[in-house]
Design a protein around this ligand. Structure first.
Ligand SMILES: Cc1cc2nc3c(=O)[nH]c(=O)nc-3n(C[C@H](O)[C@H](O)[C@H](O)COP(=O)(O)O)c2cc1C
Length: 172
């Protein structure tokens, strides 16, 4: 299965989790990591190029650090301009149909914060519903999200590497 990882991190140089994830899965055969902020620092996305790229893969991954309970802005822009009517949705918009869709995200808050009674109140599967709804509308098969939670804490390299290994196993 060929996998396209659409990576959206505004400051990859200072990243620990997403950088480790991206570097690890780049080594996998059949995984292509497409760094949005590196390609479009001016936010001017080449829609045709993105659509031509996306159709070549069986699985699409959105990989990003969780920002304000969603994705960083350039990934939202990607959705706004690339997922067009007649291409991604609508009676003739079938280009993504049947592909697997994975959200891979890291959160600063720990897992226990993302539940009723926790300081973020809502579980991740609720907060990620817009992504699931997008998968539904475009005919993609929404998979269990891959999460790293508690990125704001004091993390050992081993914890991060173990997570990167699990991510690579998932995409293999
Ligand atoms: C602008 C901004 C918004 C953020 N919003 C959230 C948030 O809504 N929830 C959360 O748990 N962490 C939030 N964080 C923390 C990031 O998710 C965390 O720093 C990131 O996942 C770490 O991954 P990295 O090592 O790849 O940078 C935010 C960080 C920034 C800079």
């Amino acid at each position: 299965m060929k996998t396209l990882v659409i990576l959206a991190h505004p400051n990859l140089a200072s990243s620990r989790i997403n950088k480790a994830w991206a570097e690890r899965v780049k080594k996998e055969e059949n995984v292509y990591v497409h760094d949005l902020y590196a390609n479009y620092p001016d936010f001017k996305i080449d829609v045709e190029k993105e659509q031509e790229l996306a159709v070549q893969f069986d699985r699409i991954v959105f990989q990003f650090p969780f920002y304000w309970y969603s994705s960083p802005a350039l990934l939202k822009e990607w959705q706004d301009v690339v997922l067009t009517y007649g291409w991604a949705y609508g009676s003739k918009g079938t280009k993504l149909q049947g592909k697997e869709f994975v959200v891979a995200t890291s959160t600063g808050g720990p897992a226990e914060a993302y539940q009723e009674g926790g300081y973020n109140r809502y579980p991740m599967n609720h907060l990620l519903l817009p992504f699931q709804a997008t998968a539904n509308l475009t005919g993609m098969k929404f998979q269990t999200p891959f999460l790293f939670q508690g990125a704001g804490g004091d993390l050992s390299d081993k914890v991060i590497q173990d997570s990167a290994e699990s991510y690579a196993r998932l995409l293999r």
